[in-house]
Design a protein around this ligand. Sequence first.
Ligand code: ZN
Length: 459
Amino acid sequence: MNISFHGADRDVTGSCHLLEAKGKRILIDCGMYQGGRELDEENAEDFGFDPASIDTLLLTHAHLDHCGRIPLLVKRGFNGEIITTAATRELARVVMLDSAHLQEEEAERDARYAHRRGREPRQALYGTLDALNALDQFGRTAVYGQPIELGPNLGATFHDAGHILGSASIRIEEGDGKRRSVIFSGDLGNSGRPILRDPQIPPQADAVVMETTYGDRLHKQITPSVEELYEAITETLRRGGNVIIPTFALERAQEILYYLRDGVETGHLARNLPVFLDSPMAISATEIFRRHPECYDAEACALFEHGRDPFALPGLRFTRETADSIALNRLAGGAVIMAGSGMCTGGRVRHHLRHNLWRKDSSVIFVGYAAPGTLARILIDGAQRIKLFGDEIPVRARLHTINGFSAHADRDELLAWHGALKPARTILVHGDEKAMRSFAERLHDTEVSMPDKGDEISL
Ligand code: ZN
């Protein structure tokens, strides 16, 4: 077995690992690099292998940084089978089509600028047609715990990673006589969160390739975070303002809906609290969540089996159409508006910020990670004024940053997962270098590697 690394190496985005075993070339994830403009170029770079030479692509989950370059892979010649769980397949469809649409939009915008400045326009990384072609290559569906054959004496088994709906760790085993195995952790979930089950421990393996996003940090408890959310909403509505929640469309949006429903049912929030989910992608994702109760934990399952929708509350409205979204700008107060993007880098949330940031009675609640340089980060860091759509806007709204919601395992959860597996070799990926090094120091009785992009490791 040989593994080479083509993304998320000493970095958290762009996951892409190539396993060669029994004459087959198996790719695990093919994600997008995310963050700043300079990363656009990294996405367009050569993959570091010939896409046409790949037999199978195994997809751990539907986040963009794990599936975002699949259409590009197909555009450049990959013609093999893509295997993932049923829920990931549906979510990846939404994510890849949305990404293609954004790429096309941005290329169009750039073409207008380029024309004026007399330079060559930037090409879209891929388009809708490439995403549709990629969707045609999704083949067999993986079921948690059931092996899938990848070739003679080569198989893969998906295990619930508890990170987002449909997410998996993948264990690959080769064997005739001497067996050899490796586990790719994918992104591992945060235990004890609603809706999803906790991450499962796959059967032992010789080596693990594991994520280290929070390899150096511990999460805050969830209960105080939920109370903080309820309090911030109640307070804002008492003042007569609106609550804006910049929302990540996958998982976080559904988790917040789940807590809002729970808050209404337990009397922490007003019975008819008006909530607007103003994100077509989050709306689609929520519909997909409803179709996959097989991924729920016991609590969410019980709700579902009693005919109750874990994501529905009496005052919830979906605003898919742009006109309905614009109509929300006229709301004088009293509403909770959830809109993307989570880091306020684009999307409808920027319009809601424009209409509410200058208002003392409104508030903005951040419930997720904000990368440096993003508008969310600038606001969290205390900017007094910001520029939006060419207007200068004073920041008078109350800002809340609630840190307890995370879809990732923290340091101790990662250590527990690793400790249960006791692999002879540990390969760390998907983390910044500082988190990775700090995590590596806590591992014992295992050979630890931190590959760079392009490195190859023989098992
Ligand atoms: Zn993820």
